[in-house]
Design a protein around this ligand. Sequence first.
Ligand code: ZN
Length: 128
Amino acid sequence: MGYEINEKTFKKYPSSWKEKIKEESYSDKFILISKKPELWVYLGEHGDHLLVTKTGAAIYCSCKGFRINLERKDALGCTHVYSLKISASLGRYRDISYRINKDDLHRIIEEILEVDYSYTLRLKLLEK
Ligand SMILES: [Zn+2]
């Protein structure tokens, strides 16, 4: 498969995505839930999205837009892919990975992939 998101595809998103990416990048809605493997959650308006990154670059997002572009064999990904990169470089995200054990991680992933919402993640975010 020729599907790849990397530095080269990074600058090619449609200009119509620009505002959305800017908004998401500065939203503080990205949560790092695991460092190995690199897993993130974006707390979106339409639910939680799970993102997988590899050395900082997103290679998967569980949102609908990503799936649609994937089905079109369009290597654009989604706005979250680009926003995450900016957020991460600016340090505008919450790292709760140290508080997430294997069972929590399993639950969070399952909840997001099943119902686009993780109750377990909400509990973890409230923990001090
Ligand atoms: Zn997405």
